[in-house]
Design a protein around this ligand. Sequence first.
Ligand code: NCD
Length: 306
Amino acid sequence: MRHLMSPLDFSVEELDKLLDLANDIEKNPDKYAHACAGKKLATCFYEPSTRTRLSFEAAMLNLGGSVLGFSEAGSSSAAKGESVSDTIRVISCYADICAIRHPKEGAALVASQKSLIPVINAGDGGHQHPTQTLTDLLTIRSLKGRLSDITIGLCGDLKFGRTVHSLINALIRYKNVHFVLISPEELRIPSYIRDDVLRANQVEFEEVERLEDAMTRLDVLYMTRVQRERFFNEEDYIRLKDYYILTKAKMELAKEDMLVLHPLPRVNEISVEVDSDPRAAYFKQAQYGVYVRMALILTLLGIQVD
Ligand code: NCD
């Protein structure tokens, strides 16, 4: 039985296969419409979510399966003091696969150790968000045609942004990927990524504070929201929340084929006037999230469709 805790749980070859499967699902959805008939996905969300939970549910429904679950800790037995380990043991009796999101780093891993069914980490605190990374990889590969030979700018809250941590972990395995880390001093990438992932693997990266200084060189710009819920005080959040705002004027500095990605939700960091720019790919990215989660469910359940 396999779980997904981090993008590194799959080898590059396995990832390629998964992304190929997602592209085939996009092209031939009817072929997969009954692949999970009789199977159930549980979504256990102890933290807010729109895209991740609903795209998981849409993915399972598109595969002909069913879904059950809860969308806030307060409506589950967590409110009565039940541990994640006990909850997952019980959910293992009700479902065939489970996606879990929790505010504590490592919660999904704890769940996977007690689970009798495959567990997918749908976000654990400020740590990792591997299925967003699968979505990001599928989007970049589908729209750019490659995952190697790119300069990617990651902009915003690099400290608490789990999507950024997972994406860096995944992209360092491709050739000639150059990272430009764009953040205010206080929201710089944590040392467990800078030292233990980037430096330890001799990956080229630079850290800059001004988006304008990076813009002209980027093939992909990955914007992120300042993660309000992970701040210790509201004043710091208010001071930093509008540090970066991507506008039409800033987009004029960028390459003609630069992609703008964002895991969403957006707050103010991308002005809505950018949405009509053909380089804005964040809503397409959300669509790719469904295909890649369909591919992931099939892969973890060991279901092959010919
Ligand atoms: C992200 C998350 O939950 O980390 N959202 C998502 O799943 N698409 C990004 C965010 O909340 O800022």
